[in-house]
Write a protein that binds this ligand. Sequence first.
Ligand code: SAH
Ligand code: AVI
Length: 317
Amino acid sequence: MTGRPRGRPVILLGLSSNEFFRDVIAGLAAPQKALPPKYFYDDAGSRLFERICRLPEYYLTRAELSLTRTHLGAIARFAGKGCELIEYGSGESLKTPLLIRALRPGAYLPVDISHAALEQAARRLLRRFPGLQITPVHGDFSRPLDLPRPRAARVVYFPGSTIGNLDPEEAHAFLSMTRGQAARVLVGVDLRKDARILHAAYNDARGVTAAFNLNLLARINRELGADFDRARFAHYAFYNAGAGRIEMHLVSLARQAVRVGRHRFAFESGESIHTENSYKYSTEGFRALAARAGYAVQKVWTDRRGLFAVYGLRAAQ
Ligand code: SAH
Ligand code: AVI
């Protein structure tokens, strides 16, 4: 999609329903049933996430937007004008217009597993920045991605605390992968805070987060021919202080069996499927994670209330 909203395909990097099936079967066969959170983002899931971002309890998006606005000049100086901007997990690219206006990047490469979110965001951005070269990449960032060759220095942008949905080994692998792509990374990280604030953010009063969590079962039913009864599962999210993360689960409300294709899975009443972790970092904890992957923290920007941080990482020599 270079200079034109229509007619150019996005780069497709082999996302298969076979893999979805294998991951679901393996996840439901494990002693603690679990499903990878990357499967939340079908079209309905991406729309639900966009609603979550606008909820009064979900402070993350507002805090990151506000700190990005406040520190935009310094963030742009760190990234360098005219760079190529690779955004992982770009979704609706909500914060990106700020950066694009300040950076005037030579190219913008949004990478997302949600095809619909990627396409819509690219169209919207192209209307707003008609001259911008946009190369949407539909792919899974948990695997190495074959990106087009760079024509200028590249900066990786990974906002939204999506890094928090990776466990520490996955986050390490992700950051190590980006080292081969860019010497500078801008990453949005949710900070440790009062558990009550966290609890409210993942248990909103309107039930949008619950719908987001339960939508995963609807997706499995539709795409993999399963027979989950969503009314017999409940959203459950809590802060695990020892691990420093919000955990999201779907709890079975009855003793029941569920079929996925020819596979059958038994659930006890109260048994859960672990669907997501959302890690919250202290500054020291994140600095150590970055250092293990070969990055030094050069800048830290936070919002006024100290809820959220954007880190400027530089590849250590
Ligand atoms: N960056 C946006 C969206 C964050 S939501 C923001 O800050 O608001 C997380 C995004 O990451 C979703 O758009 C989802 O589709 C995408 N995503 C999650 N796991 C992914 C993966 N493994 N590979 C590529 N994209 C992924
Ligand atoms: C995308 N990610 C950073 C969100 C989070 O806060 O962990 C996903 C989400 N899960 C529940 N609410 C939002």
